[in-house]
Design a protein around this ligand. Structure first.
Ligand code: FES
Ligand SMILES: [Fe+2]
Length: 385
């Protein structure tokens, strides 16, 4: 967040604190439960959101240097992410062009990929370099059998892929005005510290909803983060479908007594960006959390990955203890407090209790997010608000 923007947001937060209010939506929003439970809607979402548009698959440091690679299996198609010898980010389908085996697993550095099934060999540029018993395949040109490349971009320290070959995208147009805001964090300098893969019995959007309001801070999180943050108080700003929420820590009062030009707001806030539709980027205390959240096999299940990034490499034991503690705190709060409630909500959605849930005027992030989801799914889902 650039300094001028920090001053604007700080003034807004201090005014909310003074007046005991928060960013408000225009009206109470009625959210149809079917969008969390319907298989037909889930199929529509799978195509609209997870095949036809760019998805954030990590930060630059997930591929830390030339010839590094990483597999990625959350989108529903097997991805192979690569940084080539000249530093370019590329993405392929992790599918051998002979009989379809996965050519890579895990992450690391390599000069190429040898398929474990019959040893066809691909370069980091995806080109098929060698196939044993060449004469048996001579009818099919080797040059036509490169790994299938996917549209990919690296921008502002974030990696983006569209999982459908040929479906190109313009990442700057996709991010719109959020691009400059993201650029201000210099995310390409952040280091991959650790990742955790999680599964929950709740719809993928319900996992995202967890992050979208602070109305629950001092109720559900009474014993954990309540003492750190202001309750039910946040700014909300939309950047097209993407959006930003900022919640103040109680230390924001330290700004009193300083002139505005000296204000450094970032240590006093948690900033949540939703990179529409399924990525939550959290900036807090100089650490970055990236949540990649995907549908599970049914509308009642989700699969997601939390990755913690640190501003510098964790080289010492004390640095590792520090980042481990931060990761444990994040996981403790969501795993023991937020997600059990979410799973209870998902279960209740299959009862006859109600057809809609409510987002109050004090929950504008939720209203904006679900409005955009519903708009994009368009007519024909049979859902009424
Ligand atoms: S499936 Fe890859 S070499 Fe046969
Ligand atoms: Fe929470």
């Amino acid at each position: 967040m650039r300094h001028a923007e920090q001053i604007t947001v700080a003034k807004q937060l201090l005014r909310f604190i003074d007046t005991e209010t928060t960013a408000l939506g225009a009206e109470v929003y009625r959210q149809p439960i079917a969008e969390y439970t319907s298989s037909a809607i889930a199929a529509h979402e799978a195509q609209t959101f997870f095949r036809e548009q760019p998805l954030c698959v990590g930060l630059s440091h997930d591929l830390p240097g030339p010839n590094s690679f990483r597999t990625h299996d959350l989108t529903g198609v097997p991805l192979l992410l690569v940084r080539t010898a000249d530093g370019k980010f590329k993405a392929y389908l992790n599918v051998c062009r002979h009989r379809g085996a996965r050519v890579a697993e895990g992450c690391g550095t390599s000069r190429g990929f040898t398929c474990p099934y019959h040893a066809w060999v691909y370069g980091m540029d995806g080109v098929l370099i060698n196939r044993p018993d060449e004469p048996s395949f001579v009818d099919v040109e080797r040059a036509t059998l490169s790994l299938r490349e996917l549209p990919a971009a690296e921008q502002h320290g974030l990696l983006w892929v569209c999982p459908t070959p040929g479906r190109n995208f313009d990442i700057d147009a996709w991010l719109g005005p959020l691009g400059d805001e993201l650029a201000s964090y210099h995310l390409s300098a952040f280091q991959h510290y650790a990742s955790r893969d999680l599964k929950r019995d709740m719809n993928w959007k319900l996992v995202i909803d967890t992050f979208l309001e602070s109305y629950h801070f001092c109720v559900l999180h009474k014993q954990s983060i309540c003492s750190i943050f202001h309750h039910n108080l946040a700014t909300f700003d939309a950047y097209g479908e993407h959006f930003r929420l900022v919640s103040p820590r109680k230390t924001i009062h330290d700004l009193a007594g300083q002139t505005e030009q000296d204000w450094r707001l970032l240590p006093h806030i948690v900033v949540i960006y939703v990179l529409f539709p399924n990525t939550v980027l959290v900036w807090q205390g100089a650490q970055v959390e990236l949540w990649q959240i995907y549908p599970g096999p049914t509308p009642d299940e989700s699969r997601f990955r939390l990755t913690l990034y640190s501003p510098e490499p964790a080289l010492t034991d004390s640095a590792k203890r520090h980042w481990d503690k931060n990761l444990d705190l994040v996981l403790h709060v969501v795993e023991n407090e937020d997600f059990p409630v979410g799973e209870g909500i998902q279960g209740g959605m299959h009862s006859a209790a109600q057809t809609h849930t409510l987002f109050g005027r004090n929950e504008p992030g939720l209203a904006h997010y679900h409005h955009c989801i519903t708009q994009r799914l368009g007519e024909g889902t049979g859902v009424t608000r």
